[in-house]
Write a new protein. Structure first.
Length: 161
């Protein structure tokens, strides 16, 4: 019986470690993709890796994402500019990007936040949920913001020992 339990423990340890290693490898591969998830990975990577270094940040929904051109603003104003607008989501996930921006990057001098009539509505499901896949398990802040949305399993909150 003792031998059986040791083998069972070894089996689950290898399975668990292999699953995490596989997820880590797949997440890193997804983060490098520019075509999957409508190109959102580059913005998430810049937010999380501290590569914004912008004096002006544009935040908001798809209106900010599409209607504010950071290159044009940068040329006109003479200050570095970065657009962290998130397509298809209201304030809930815009605030997530804001928090990650402040946590991992220098604070900007100016934040332009595009607000519209839909800004305070929270979607019942995640739009373009593929953009969160490489970060759900490895970033507890992102996991906290998206786990209470319908259709998303709880990645890290379920495995707290």
């Amino acid at each position: 019986m003792k031998k059986f339990l040791l083998r069972l423990l070894l089996f689950f340890t290898i399975l668990f470690a292999g699953s995490y290693a596989l997820d880590y490898a797949m997440s890193n591969t997804l983060k490098k993709s520019n075509s999957y998830a409508m190109g959102e990975y580059s913005t998430w990577n810049d937010l999380l890796n501290g590569r914004l270094n912008a004096e002006i940040i544009i935040n908001g929904s798809s209106r900010a994402w599409v209607q504010f051109d950071p290159t044009m603003l940068q040329d006109s104003l003479g200050h570095s500019c970065y657009n962290i607008g998130i397509d298809g989501h209201a304030f809930h996930l815009q605030y997530l990007r804001h928090l990650l921006m402040l946590k991992n990057n220098p604070a900007p001098k100016v934040i332009i936040h595009s607000v519209d009539v839909w800004s305070l509505l929270k979607r019942p499901e995640l739009y373009n949920q593929e953009q969160f896949l490489p970060y759900m398990l490895w970033n507890p802040t992102i996991a906290k913001f998206i786990t209470n949305i319908r259709g998303i399993p709880c990645p890290t909150t379920c495995f707290r020992w």
